[in-house]
Design a protein around this ligand. Sequence first.
Ligand code: FMN
Length: 389
Amino acid sequence: MIVNFRDAITIEDLRRMANRRLPKVVFDYLDGGAEDEVTLRANSEAFSSITFRPRNGVAFDECDLRSSVLGFNLALPAVLAPIGYSRMMHSGGEVAAASAAGAAGTAYILSTISGHRLEDVKTASNGPVWYQLYLLGGRKAAEPTLERARNAGFSALVVTIDTAVAGLRERDYRNGVKALMGKSVLAKIPHLSQLIVRPGWTTSFLLDGGLRPLPNVIVPGNRPMGLQDVASALASSTVTWEDFRWIRETWKGPIVVKGVLTGEDARRAVDVGAAAVVVSNHGGRQLDQVSPTLRALSEVVEAVEKDVEVLMDGGIRRGSDIVKALCLGARAVLIGRAYAYGLAAAGRSGVARALEILKSDMERTLRLLGCPSVKNLDRSYIDVALMRG
Ligand SMILES: Cc1cc2nc3c(=O)[nH]c(=O)nc-3n(C[C@H](O)[C@H](O)[C@H](O)COP(=O)(O)O)c2cc1C
């Protein structure tokens, strides 16, 4: 059993450490997906259905992982995806994750559902930090936040479009998320044993102030939105294509549309002025039974590659997965759980370890493929015969 994050050699090692540190309710929130979790599993399985075609007998000194996304130079083609409630996984939360991303030379995307003030998150990183928008509290709440983000130095806006309502994450229901986040002490009692068996996490959570409201969603009365209001606020604040009109007027920097799974939606994103799209099914947490993102990637690349940058996320647990996504035309990927497991296991150091693991995986994979640079990756390095669709 691995007890120190330094000994973790795979993302799965960090996942197991996270599982041992977190109460079941928090681990399952992070680890789980929607309904039967078909898409959650399919996201990862899609990577195994692609095999490599290496060029052997090739040696080179430097292995170049650098890429540029939205004009930002990144040391590796993997950006940290927005993960809501990161502060619940570890008190360092979004500040810790952004700091580790900057130190590794990559970008961090801060979720609207964040526990640290966006200004503090920006200050923590010496790399690019982007803001992910949900319309919690509607346009009225979003506009001042976007102004805060711009003033703080956030350099891109990521608008998530696949969250018309929250997906049915059955694990959350069974673990009593609603009761634990609600006001009734009586309703919490049946679920408290999960916390008692994780005294380390529980102590640190209480010392950090327990369930905190959202400092980046300011609602009428000039107060941060409470967590118990998030689900209903999400359902009443779907982002639509029409919203991009005012969003574009309010946000002058680059806009990324996250949650695209078809060529048609990718084209709509181009039409509303996006600079990039993220092929994403929200890590299998929204509509279950949609395509794994690796499978949807080619359709989107074909539809809009000439007009915008195409990123993807979902199921990435190894550096070789990133290489495969790049071979299929992604400019870079977003990683979600892969770093969040590290955060939950060991805070900032755990995120740093997750990024080290993915980086050394990528270098090893490129050397074994006989490909000196991520810029040279293309379909000739993979065989997609086994991938359905
Ligand atoms: C615990 C958790 C919370 C998430 N919160 C958000 C969020 O607040 N906003 C958002 O756009 N996506 C959110 N996502 C989706 C991620 O940004 C990303 O699309 C997904 O995690 C990618 O799949 P992966 O975890 O398999 O890498 C969340 C994902 C997880 C696992």
